[in-house]
Design a protein around this ligand. Structure first.
Ligand SMILES: Cc1cc2nc3c(=O)[nH]c(=O)nc-3n(C[C@H](O)[C@H](O)[C@H](O)COP(=O)(O)OP(=O)(O)OC[C@H]3O[C@@H](n4cnc5c(N)ncnc54)[C@H](O)[C@@H]3O)c2cc1C
Length: 539
């Protein structure tokens, strides 16, 4: 029932590998950087070779039309898409696989499944695109936490835009629709959601809402939160439908309780989403900075000055070069403005003046105003391709025994320099200890008037058989620095199982008690995604 081209071991689909010439460039860069060439790519284990336990649940006769225990379906729903997932998959370790996978056709199927799971004492894991990088859809390993068994509920058949309100410019959308299918259904109407996380191709509306995803745009509408007008959630205790309101001052906002609930409260089956007109006017430019902190100061002024660039990605020089952009000498600010209605050249020029005041040197020929839709689409497509290819490279690096992963956070402008120094010191010490060397680079993904979201990339020469332990040690070190300096454990990657200890540490005990109380109200038997957000024994 699932697209059998989807990889069970890594990102994306079979046959869509990272291009070999670009892989050779990456190899050359890493060889020069670390003094030794990365290992040859190790083979991917076949489906038959995966280590997987026999299912502890039989497919219930009443649900047989949409539930399976097939090996491929169980494998492809075992892990998310983090580096640690890829490494375990390459090792053939699929022991946490769900016992059953359900592909409900409609909301009635979901209600029937939750009823059956509650009676059977089974655990239910909502699954969108499975692009989580924090263990959000990974079944528990411990027998106690698995209870009678684990059933993963994949929403891929709930993939429709059901209704469009042109007057209010909103759409009613099913939770299982993937990014490209959503945009394809909106485009004929002249609309876009304009929410483009890097994982756009293989993630869903329900997943974005459940994780409070951050899109590609740097300012203003960045989180999916901004686009959610109302929600529909199927819980073990019944269906919760919030009302369509552009604003609502009556008590705590219901949608806010559900956004970021990561499958522990119920299944998001539908949402009314706020749309935008398709942008036609664009103006963009890259700006070089010799000093990263000068670039950061320019970003702060841009964020506080009310220009609201759609794109303002400050990328450290080595990262830009590794991704095939930049000159390796300068840090790079990728700056872009867009609008459906108005030319953006004036805004771009105002932003370039801000950058110049901090020593930023604008690339000459990149200033443009794509008021004709054809060329705007072509350039958007070019950007999209290089952006979407990056995850395939990460998986190839894992196959070469490298340690290669990202982590992200958010902090105030005032706190950034101290935090950044602490994160780099922790990363370097851990990489040196674990791998003998390593590279950490930073880029800003989102800007706010009071702070920014730094996104770090780590690459280190790993050791076959030790990659997981090496990354876990580096991650623990950098997470410790984030916590010590009061930066969030995640700006948009969510909590899942992996960030749970830090989330519990960072949030007030009373907030967590409120979350537990909310869960007890809608999921009294604690069957929904135990171990995510809260520890299993408190679910
Ligand atoms: C290469 C790569 C790039 C990424 N880039 C970004 C990025 O730019 N911005 C960003 O925010 N994140 C990013 N992520 C992380 C991930 O894509 C997001 O967390 C995304 O929102 C998950 O959506 P999904 O549909 O894949 O959800 P899944 O991975 O399937 O699930 C994630 C969590 O949501 C729950 N869930 C999923 N669907 C539902 C539903 N319908 N109802 C209730 N609960 C549900 C699951 O139980 C799980 O806890 C990236 C990940 C990768 C691998």
């Amino acid at each position: 029932m699932f697209n059998t081209d989807r990889r069970y071991w890594g990102w994306g689909v079979n046959g869509n590998a990272f291009p070999e010439p670009m892989l050779q460039l990456a190899r050359a860069f890493l060889t020069a950087k670390f003094g030794t060439a990365p290992a040859a790519q190790r083979p991917v284990p076949s489906l038959d070779a995966l280590r997987m336990n026999a299912p502890t649940l039989a497919v219930p006769a009443a649900l047989a039309a949409f539930v399976t225990d097939a090996r491929y379906d169980r494998a492809v729903h075992t892990y998310g898409k983090a580096f640690r997932d890829v490494v375990r998959a390459l090792d053939g370790d699929f022991t946490p696989a769900p016992d059953l996978v359900a592909y409900p056709r409609d909301e009635q199927d979901i209600v029937a499944l939750l009823d059956w799971a509650a009676r059977a004492g089974a655990v239910v894991i909502p699954f969108g695109g499975g692009s989580t990088v924090v263990g959000g859809i990974e079944p528990p390993r411990e027998a106690g936490a698995r209870r009678a068994g684990v059933i993963t509920l994949d929403l891929c058949r709930l993939d429709q835009v059901l209704d469009i309100d042109r007057v209010s410019r909103c759409a009613r959308v099913q939770g299982g629709v993937y990014g490209p299918a959503l945009e394809a259904q909106l485009k004929p109407h002249g609309y876009t959601l304009r929410h483009f996380p890097q994982s756009f191709e293989f993630s869903t509306v329900g997943g974005w809402i459940a994780t409070r995803a951050g899109g590609h745009y740097a300012t203003l509408y960045t989180h999916i939160d901004d686009f959610v007008e109302s929600l529909r959630l199927v819980t073990p205790a019944g269906v919760l439908q919030t009302r369509r309101l552009p604003g609502n001052g009556a008590g705590p906002q219901e949608e806010r309780l559900l956004l970021g609930s990561e499958g522990v409260l119920g299944v998001i089956t539908e949402a009314w989403l706020r749309l935008q007109d398709i942008p036609r006017h664009r103006a963009g430019c890259t700006v070089k900075f010799a000093d990263f902190m000068a670039g950061a100061a320019a970003c702060r002024e841009l964020a506080q000055g009310g220009l609201f660039p759609a794109n303002a990605r400050l990328i450290e020089r080595e990262e830009a070069m590794f991704m095939g952009a930049g000159d390796g000498q300068n840090h790079m600010l990728v700056l872009g403005f867009e609008s459906a209605r108005y030319s953006q050249i004036d805004r771009l020029q105002a932003a370039l003046a801000v950058c110049a005041a901090y020593g930023g040197v604008a690339g000459k020929s990149n200033v443009r105003d794509d008021s004709d839709a054809a060329s705007a689409d072509a350039s958007a497509e070019q950007w999209k391709q290089s952006f979407l290819r990056a995850p395939y490279l990460r998986d190839e690096l894992a196959r070469m025994d490298m340690v290669s992963e990202t982590f992200e956070t958010c902090t105030t402008w005032e706190n950034f320099p101290v935090l950044d120094a602490a994160v780099r010191a922790a990363a370097h010490a851990a990489m040196q200890r674990e791998c003998g060397a390593g590279l950490i680079t930073c880029r800003f993904t989102h800007l706010y008037p009071d702070g920014q979201a730094p996104y770090y990339t780590v690459i280190a020469p790993g050791t076959a058989g030790r990659q997981l332990a090496q990354w876990d040690a580096i991650k623990a070190a950098v997470s410790g620095a984030l916590v010590a300096h009061n930066a969030t454990i995640t700006h948009h990657h969510a909590v899942g199982r992996d960030h749970r200890p830090y989330y519990l540490q960072q949030n007030a005990p009373l907030s967590l008690a409120m979350l537990r109380a909310a869960k007890a109200a809608v999921d009294p038997q604690g069957i929904m995604n135990p171990g995510v957000l809260l520890p299993p024994d408190q679910d």
